[in-house]
Design a protein around this ligand. Structure first.
Ligand code: GLN
Length: 511
């Protein structure tokens, strides 16, 4: 087996048994990225020097016989809206094109404290606004399963990097689906933790009442390892809570017979999540997965989340309003791109400085959101839009509260379609927004949810050549020739701080 195909636990074992060194591991990954990422464009920046020095440190520890943590020497990638000290952090935007992070985000600090090797920063839609990574100011990321298709977004670079075996795990952020949807499109695991479970200190803010950082991996076990490390209270993020308060499932790790456990679980399937317009093949795969869980012993119940139809407009009002406030800090003076000096003749006032810098620095989608948000917050419209959206948000949260009185977890599709073609939705914002229909409610309600690859849909191959196929997906059945198999993700939604139950449920899934 190739080094880049191992899981975190397997890699850790290889390191401690000295089957390979951390440096060898790091160089193998870097070489793979340099060769293959030309086709995929998952990375915006490679942190080669940092990665190599981190790997050498781990080898030193191993050579002195010291015990190393499970994540020591493990190659990772970080979404480019999370700060890594001394590295560029663009948020996928021209306005931050030459911005270097002055400090580490708390999650990065935690990774570094365990000796995680950071290979690079991954591509995203500008300021994490989008659903395909096509809104990146630099280039779109391609889906490793079919290079003509999007990797999803906004953590498309992170999802593609994991899927293409460029790293063992990646961090992403999720405001309305940005971890789960690209995970689903690229066939990897993606967890959006409970609001408050992971510190956002050092995450470039998009919509602060919705943003969460989470892990993207090849296996559920790996996802849990990373989540356990990055979660917990942080004094620099007042919305974070202590991980000790996470309710544990009694004996979950020791239970030898997981079937026994699952037979105690009731799973809700909301009828509103199987809507007209949804891809029929995706629906079949999701229903097939739910059936399999039923066969494994879970009690499946139809439930109703009656306010689902308002989730999308509610999300886009709230997210844009918060974005318009958060993005006010990019004024051409404090951060990033500034036209004050270069356009000296034209910039005659403070207002000119704002207009020229922001006008040039922000891309069309970000400008659209700022305008939408500013409008929704403006006097005279605030009650009709922002305040109303907040009330609807409460109704959506109450729908889940009620449902969770009856069921332990909720199963839905992650996305109404598999990965779509590059360019297919980019000129139609509404079409793009619609692809978030199954993910945004979870953020509005602050719940944890995981995307579990549960099958494939077969699409006629749009390319002349057989698509680039990540080695681990080949085993999942992605066929060569005239058909391409695109991955489909099942969304497992849990009660607040019950990530553990989600992991247990996902672990018993057998392909
Ligand atoms: N697609 C959603 C949006 O554009 C969600 C993005 C995200 O989760 N960062 O807002």
């Amino acid at each position: 087996m190739e080094l880049t195909e191992l899981t975190i636990t397997q890699t850790h074992e290889g390191l401690i048994k000295k089957e390979f060194s951390a440096l060898e591991l790091c160089q193998t990954y870097l070489a793979r990225i340099k060769k293959e990422d030309k086709k995929i464009s998952a990375f915006l920046t490679l942190c080669e020097d940092l990665a190599i020095s981190q790997a050498k440190e781990i080898d030193e520890m191993i050579s002195t016989g010291r015990e190393i943590p499970i994540l020591a020497g493990i190659p990772s990638a970080i979404k480019d809206n999370i700060l890594v000290e001394g590295m560029k952090c663009t948020a996928g935007s021209k306005i931050l094109e030459n911005y270097f992070a002055p400090y580490d985000a708390t999650v990065v600090k935690k990774l570094k404290s365990q000796g995680v090797v950071i290979l690079g920063k991954t591509n995203l839609d500008e300021f994490a606004m989008g659903s395909s990574t096509e809104n990146s100011a630099f280039f779109p990321t391609k889906n490793p399963c079919d290079l003509k298709r999007v990797a999803g977004g906004t953590s498309g670079g992170s999802a593609a990097a994991v899927s293409a075996n460029f790293c063992l795990f990646a961090l992403g952020s999720d405001t309305g689906g940005s971890i789960r949807q690209p995970a689903s499109f690229c066939g990897v695991i993606g967890l959006k933790p409970t609001y408050g479970a992971v510190s956002r200190y050092g995450l470039i803010a998009f919509a602060s009442s919705l943003d969460q950082i989470g892990s993207m991996t090849k296996t559920v076990e790996d996802c849990e390892i990373v989540f356990d490390l990055i979660s917990g209270k942080d004094e620099f993020d007042s919305t974070s809570v202590n991980s000790n308060s996470k309710p544990q499932i009694p004996n979950s790790k020791q239970t030898p017979n997981s079937k026994f456990q699952i037979s105690n679980l009731r799973i809700g399937v909301p009828k509103e999540y199987f809507v007209k317009g949804m891809d029929e093949e995706v629906e079949k795969v999701i229903k097939g997965a739910i059936k399999k869980y039923e066969e494994m012993g879970a009690k499946i119940e139809e439930i109703s989340l009656p306010h689902t139809e308002y989730a999308l407009p509610c999300y886009y009002i709230i997210a844009s309003s918060e974005a318009s406030a958060n993005l006010a800090r990019y004024d051409g003076i404090k951060y990033g791109l500034s036209k004050v000096k270069s356009q000296k003749s034209k910039v005659k006032s403070l207002m000119d400085a704002y207009l020229y810098s922001r006008g040039e620095g922000f891309g069309p989608e970000v400008r659209r959101r700022i305008m939408l948000g500013t409008y929704a917050l403006s006097s005279g419209y605030y009650e009709a839009y922002y305040l109303r959206a907040q009330k609807v948000r409460t109704l959506i949260r109450e729908d889940f509260n009620k449902a969770f009185k009856k069921v332990d977890a909720i199963f839905t599709p992650v996305s109404p379609s598999p990965a779509f073609k590059i360019g297919e939705k980019i000129d139609d914002p509404l079409k793009m927004y619609l692809s978030d229909i199954f993910t945004v409610s979870v953020n509005l309600a602050g719940l944890p949810a995981l995307s579990l690859p549960c099958g494939f849909v077969s699409i006629v191959n749009s390319q002349k050549h057989a698509p680039y196929r990540p080695p681990f997906l080949e085993k999942g059945g992605a066929g060569a020739g005239p058909k391409v198999n695109l991955p489909v993700g099942l969304q497992i939604i849990g009660k607040p701080f019950e990530e553990n139950k989600i992991f247990e449920l996902a672990k018993i899934w057998k392909h």
